[in-house]
Design a protein around this ligand. Structure first.
Ligand SMILES: C[S@@+](CC[C@H](N)C(=O)[O-])C[C@H]1O[C@@H](n2cnc3c(N)ncnc32)[C@H](O)[C@@H]1O
Length: 295
């Protein structure tokens, strides 16, 4: 393989693997093909392909049945930082693992190199399990990875996962669209690189809407200020949930005005999700998961 593995490493290695996921090529329920990509053969190895699997927000019990089955059979796994420890523990000990980072603020393998790693492993004939936090298509760059696979004529499949907004809100007791409080929900990415001004704040600040911002810890103050500046009241309930669905879950509650200070005092770090809207007030009555609540 020509790939530089400077920013990822293999935890263990086994060689000479073929067709490791036992699922037979062919028809799924109702006669629908279970295979999403092209069936073109690769030039280097035979039968290589990539399965993009959503690992959910952390709790391994939130994996889909299909994801759990594929993980249990995996031999070559390419994994992101955000995949929960409990999910990682399900990967067979003898599987070859490539950790490709994605921890906020830390060294990561550039996306182009991740794409190349996936392509090279598949061209070498491996069945590659690409394990991504949450859902691969929600702020997960799964689409970019599929474009690289399509360009290289590599067959692929996608297994959806529970995205953080759904999993984390459920474990925090925040029903995103309780009909007394919100008629719509909007997901946005608040990544520092995008800059607060890049977001459509008019849309994000709509009344009777729940707004969920991923990757927003570093810009929390700017995001809360922008929502207020675009019409959301300063007293609008808001919560920041850190490590949702895991035993380390912490929920910091407040309003748009006071949440940044509370989050600073609590020392909230990524991964954390910002939820804004009247539904946040329901958490006091509906929280059921034994994480810590602040505020
Ligand atoms: C790169 S995005 C990936 C999102 C993922 N594809 C999904 O569908 O959930 C990472 C962001 O998701 C959110 N996130 C993921 N897991 C989380 C968790 N367990 N608790 C809180 N936020 C989480 C955080 O906002 C984090 O910065």
């Amino acid at each position: 393989m020509s790939l530089s593995l400077s920013a990822c490493f293999e935890a263990s290695a086994v060689g000479g693997m073929d067709a490791l996921f036992k699922r037979a090529e062919g028809e799924g329920p109702g006669g629908v093909s279970l295979w999403a990509g092209t069936s073109a053969r690769t030039s280097r190895g035979e039968g290589g392909r990539v399965v993009l699997v959503g690992a959910g927000p952390g709790d391994p019990d939130l994996l889909t049945v299909r994801a759990a089955r594929l993980i249990a059979q995996a031999q070559v796994v390419v994994v992101d930082h955000l995949v929960g420890e409990g999910v990682l523990a399900l990967i067979p000990a003898q599987a070859r693992r490539y950790y490709v980072g994605k921890e906020s603020g830390h060294h990561t393998l550039p996306q182009e190199e991740i794409n190349r790693l996936l392509v090279d492993l598949a061209l070498d004939g491996h069945e590659v399990l690409r394990l991504k936090g949450g859902d691969p298509f929600v702020f997960g760059r799964g689409g970019e990875e599929l474009e690289a696979l399509i360009d290289a004529h590599i067959p692929f499949e996608v297994v959806p996962g529970i995205t953080a907004a759904c999993g984390v809100s459920a474990y925090a007791g925040i029903p995103l669209t309780h009909r007394d409080h919100a008629q719509s929900v909007m997901f946005a990415t608040g990544h520092r690189r995008a800059g607060a001004s890049e977001l459509d704040w008019v849309a994000l600040a709509r009344p009777r809407q729940t707004t969920v911002i991923y990757m927003g810890v570093g810009m929390l103050e700017a995001h809360c200020a922008a929502l207020i500046a675009h019409g959301r009241g300063a007293s609008t309930p808001a919560a920041l949930i850190e490590n949702g669905t895991t035993p380390r879950q912490r929920v910091v509650c407040g309003t748009l005005e006071i949440l940044p200070e509370r989050a600073r005092q609590a020392g909230v770090r990524p991964p954390a999700l910002l939820i804004v809207g009247e539904v946040v007030d329901l958490a006091e009555r509906m929280a059921w998961f034994t994480g810590a609540t602040v505020g």
